[in-house]
Design a protein around this ligand. Sequence first.
Ligand code: G2I
Length: 537
Amino acid sequence: MPSLLQFLPSPTKRAPMGALPLLLVAALAFAGPQPAAAAGPPAAAAPVVTSTTAASMTLDALAEAHGRYFGSATDNPELSDAAYTATLGSEFGQITPGNSMKWDTIEPQQGQFNFAKGDAVVDFAQQHGQSIHAHNLVWHSQLPSWVSALPTGQVRAAMENHITTEAGHYKGEVYAWDVVNEPFNDDGTYRTDAFYNAMGTAYIGDALRTAHAADPGAELYINDYNIEGSGAKADAMYRLVSQLKADGVPIDGVGFQTHLAVQYGFPSGMRANLQRFADLGLDVAVTELDVRVQLPADAAKSATQSDYYRQVVEACLGVARCVGITVWDYTDKYSWVPSTFPGQGSACLYDENLQPKAAYDAVRAALGGGSGGGDDGGGGGTGNSALLVQYRNNDQNATDNQIKPGLRLVNTGGGAVDLSTVTLRYWFTADDPGGSPAATFDTWCDYAVIGCGTVTHRVAAASGSPAGADHYLEVGFSSGSLAAGASTGDIQLRLNKTGWTAFDESDDYSRTTGASYADAPRITAYLGGALAYGIEP
Ligand code: G2I
């Protein structure tokens, strides 16, 4: 068992509060190798979380099982919305104040500081055991006009005073600071804001040193958007932080905002891009994740959105020093997108009525959790699941050379399920005693209401050869989303041994003789690889 210190981002810095319950999760949920420490070597193996446990765990608890946090931005007006704060306070382990620590809020007039809004967010986080990623100290936007109006010779002192006073006020209260936000234009050139105009690129190192002096325990970040994948802007950030590290400037992490849009595609090479920053000895974090669509949303856009969320989670989990993921508010009710991009929206994990969307299920699945958010009434089978498998036998001859299961997958939960995260297993025996070489199989989809083109199928040997089940037919889906209450409809499958020898199906674990569809708990379903329905042999 590793010591607590191995889970901390750095021995000299505060851990996100969310990291502390990790030990508890680890003790409860890990049967095998431990997760990677946030700042340690790559994970050797994914954590083992039982399906019942995973289905009831929050996004943050699922992330903690990987040594990460899962957080959300929030803002002061939202904190009086009780339905909103109920989920904000329970599902997420980390908070970023969306506006309340920005310069125009904290120091609207030179030397006049007002911390009330920022303090309110800190209070909420502390009451809910959440860490704070503070945002931000130096940014060209939401910058009061008095700063831009200063003679260039006075900007440095004003910036240092702002940082010293604000980071000093929150000293010991926040896990991390976005010290410099969005220093680059999209082509990788520097923004010519008040700070750059006064000090050139030197303002960045100066800001970081000043912040470090004010709160030596805080993790210090530079944060930007459109740097998630490879490209000129990411390269510019890479050159900047490489130089800062070489110069001994106190910088601990790079924040990748990750404001994505379905219509612009997924950033190319995100995992590799995060990794090259991590390889400089920096933490990386997904700091402002959302995935907007052009309205109205539809099933196809929703499926792509879910896929992008999944890919972001997988990119972070694939980089040992990716410490966590923050969504830029969790609900469409409070998303910044519609007012900034008219005609676009639906960017968040929860809809405007605070109900989890398919994207939420995709994130859960990517974190190794079963279905949870859409589940409002149990799964009609085992565990806390939103999936139900039904089966009928399309082949009443138990001793011929083919097996023909008919399957239906039903979503009994309250939220959509991303079909690409689902697999089913029909368990059977190969009846190939001592076969040498062991039996191989052909599998077929003869008909599917949703189209055989999206149904994948293969046979695999079952580990341990449980009784009646030395093999299973695994069925998956290349794409699609199953709405709440919906069924895939009939999927007619068939398999045979390539040598066409006969089976004896009478002892097969998943088989019944029923010729009409009925619930089938001996056919198992998995969400993101975690058991979500049925009983394994
Ligand atoms: O634009 C999305 C984010 C991009 N990265 C930096 C983040 O700081 C930024 O956050 C957004 C906030 O979510 C918005 O809420 O920053 C916007 C300003 O650039 C914020 O919008 C502003 C509105 O423009 C103001 O009219 C409004 O008074 O929010 C203010 C407070 O509600």
